[in-house]
Design a protein around this ligand. Structure first.
Ligand SMILES: NC(=O)c1ccc[n+]([C@@H]2O[C@H](COP(=O)([O-])OP(=O)(O)OC[C@H]3O[C@@H](n4cnc5c(N)ncnc54)[C@H](O)[C@@H]3O)[C@@H](O)[C@H]2O)c1
Length: 252
């Protein structure tokens, strides 16, 4: 049997990297993509060193031509993409008074339109093969959590929920499932950024108010992405699953 292929955006670090490692462990060929070349190549090397199958392609999710080329190469070389993980994202802190059109656009272009571009590129071949799974990475900020000075991020991540539902409705008849994950506070470069997010001290300080009493790790999101892409979730589509240690269901 030929190996299934997963393409993951923003897979050089953080949740994307953990997802690449998780899929590699269960036998996927991984197309590791990122704008971070050194980190992305390292992830592919790490997978290969562990006996897995992976390669790196530089891919900026704001560039339709790059997305189409990298996916087109998989279609030709390996028969098609089995799983898309649309993970790439940025979270820039911008108070509303300083929110220029350009600042709004770049976040929405990466965090929302980037997901759409990945799905658009992979689905023609998925439709022909009548199989495929797409998992998009949203956020608690798109689901239920207001994040001040990140309104563009919150709007883009809420948009991902609609995109997931719309795609699931449109593609279900072709055997393609589309789901999302909405991570809470996960220890990555994004959340540890003092400038744009919480930073180490504030992040750690959140732990006692989370029902599971700790900050999440990237592999804990990766495992849920793996589940949603797997046959174990074969009757699940159009859903976005919170992976937040219970943060958003806590009262008081
Ligand atoms: N860490 C958290 O607490 C948290 C919470 C909710 C949602 N998320 C989401 O999880 C996803 C992964 O983030 P992370 O926490 O691992 O952060 P991270 O900063 O470690 O990783 C983000 C990745 O996206 C890549 N990226 C950025 N712009 C890109 C572009 N234009 N094209 C391709 N790749 C690009 C980065 O190079 C990086 O590899 C993001 O969508 C993020 O918004 C994270």
């Amino acid at each position: 049997m030929t190996k299934p292929t997963a393409i993951i955006s923003g897979a050089g670090i953080g949740i994307g990297r953990a997802t690449a490692l998780a899929f590699a462990r269960v036998g996927y060929r991984i197309c590791v993509t990122d704008i971070l070349e050194t980190e992305g190549k390292q992830v592919a090397e790490e997978i290969k060193a562990g006996g897995g199958d992976a390669y790196f392609r530089k891919l900026d999710v704001t560039r339709s031509d790059q997305v189409d080329d990298v996916v087109g190469e998989i279609d030709k070389q390996y028969g098609g993409v089995d799983v898309v993980v649309a993970n790439a994202g940025i979270a820039h802190k911008v108070p509303l008074a300083q929110m220029s059109d350009a600042k709004w656009d770049i976040t929405v272009d990466i965090d929302l339109k980037g997901v759409f571009r990945m799905a658009r590129a992979a689905t023609p071949r998925m439709r022909e093969r009548r199989k495929g799974a797409i998992v998009a990475v949203s956020s608690i900020s798109g689901m239920s959590y207001g994040w001040a000075e990140h309104v563009h991020y919150s709007a883009a991540k809420a948009g991902v929920l609609g995109l997931v539902r719309g795609l699931a409705a449109e593609l279900g008849g072709d055997g393609i499932r589309v789901n999302g994950v909405a991570p809470g506070f996960i220890r990555t470069a994004q959340s540890l950024s003092e400038e744009h997010s919480m930073g180490e001290a504030r992040l750690v300080a959140q732990a006692p108010s989370i029902p599971l009493r700790r900050i999440g790790e990237p592999d804990e999101v990766a495992d849920v992405i793996l589940f949603l892409a797997s046959d174990a979730a074969r009757y699940v589509t159009g859903q976005t699953l919170l992976v937040d240690g219970g943060l958003t269901i806590k009262q008081g």
